[in-house]
Design a protein around this ligand. Structure first.
Ligand code: ZN
Length: 313
């Protein structure tokens, strides 16, 4: 399959790229479907993003004013979840991580009902995909309250990982220690959005004090040889989302995307979608964009693809 994937990149063979087994390890579930899929499912136009947004605030604003009015409410949340699994099937995503907020679990009636709904979608859309649900908290959350309530969500062992999202340096990294300690007790893999806007030093510090084994984004680690060495030596994987970085204005273009420096320095990376409904670039397209921009070679991209699949049979 390796050389076939390289050939498909070189020949711009979208059908072969779609058919190749891949992973998507960073995907915000409620924004995890294709706009085109959603438009067809709802039989209405869904606005597409043109140009570059002004960071995370600009993204929230654009989503709320442009997309949300067309797909709001409980039923539409379920449809958008369905779309995330439908995309996994279409794109041969063999390993899928979707993240969910605790409010979303509450909305469907708690962890038991949540597991039933999500497993129903998983089994009906892509039963062969290894699925790893992840619990995500906004960085502004009340850590003491959430730590006390973590057991409500972690109790069935359905969630595999914990994450913090929605902006860095909102609270000091130390503030999250109790939540991550509790997550460790529940056997959750510890991850965090860090180094997307924050510094290389933030990435290292988050890994050290919160016990992260994976980092969502982490691209700013590329500014420090020392931090990259630390990440490489400790096998800390960065789940990189190129189109998200470009379309939020954090990276100038695909050609200069720091994923190249990270790879050259031996940092383990994967390639992911983040918010497909907003950035409108599917997994196979992310690989193609980096190949066509000359950021990474076909062989380097194939190695990244295989890394994302490691650990599954
Ligand atoms: Zn994200």
């Amino acid at each position: 399959m390796g050389s076939e994937f390289c050939r498909a990149l070189a020949e711009n063979d979208t059908a072969a790229l779609l058919a190749a087994p891949k992973s998507d390890l960073h995907n915000h579930s409620t924004k995890g479907c294709r706009p085109k899929w959603l438009a067809k499912r709802l039989n209405r136009e869904i606005p597409r993003l043109h140009g570059v947004l002004d960071g995370l605030d600009g993204m929230q604003q654009w989503f709320r004013s442009s997309v949300k009015p067309f797909c709001d409410g409980y039923e539409c949340m379920l449809i958008r979840w369905e779309g995330a699994f439908a995309e996994a099937r279409r794109n041969n995503i063999r390993r899928l991580v979707l993240n969910f907020g605790v409010n979303e679990v509450d909305q469907v009636g708690g962890i038991g009902a949540f597991r039933e709904i999500i497993e129903g979608l998983h089994q009906s859309c892509c039963p062969d995909t290894v699925f790893e649900p992840e619990l995500t908290y906004p960085s502004s959350c009340n850590v003491a309250d959430e730590t006390a309530k973590l057991g409500q969500y972690a109790c069935l062992n359905y969630f595999k990982a914990i994450d913090i999202c929605a902006g860095e340096n909102v609270q000091p990294l130390e503030a999250f220690v109790p939540l991550y300690r509790k997550a460790e007790e529940f056997g959750l893999v510890r991850k965090m959005h860090v180094g997307e806007t924050g510094s290389a030093g933030d990435v290292r510090k988050a890994v050290e004090i919160l016990g992260l084994s994976e980092v969502h984004h982490g691209i700013n680690a590329a500014s420090s040889g020392e931090v990259m060495r630390f990440l490489a030596d400790n096998h800390i994987q960065l789940n990189v989302c190129p189109s998200s970085n470009v379309k939020l204005g954090f990276v100038r273009d695909y050609r200069t995307h720091p994923i190249r420096i990270l790879v050259e320095n031996g940092v383990p990376v994967t390639i992911n979608t983040d918010d497909l409904l907003i950035f409108d670039s599917t997994v196979e397209n992310e690989y193609l964009l980096l190949y066509q921009a000359g950021t990474l070679t076909a062989e380097q991209l194939d190695d990244i693809r295989l890394r994302g699949l490691s650990g599954i049979s």
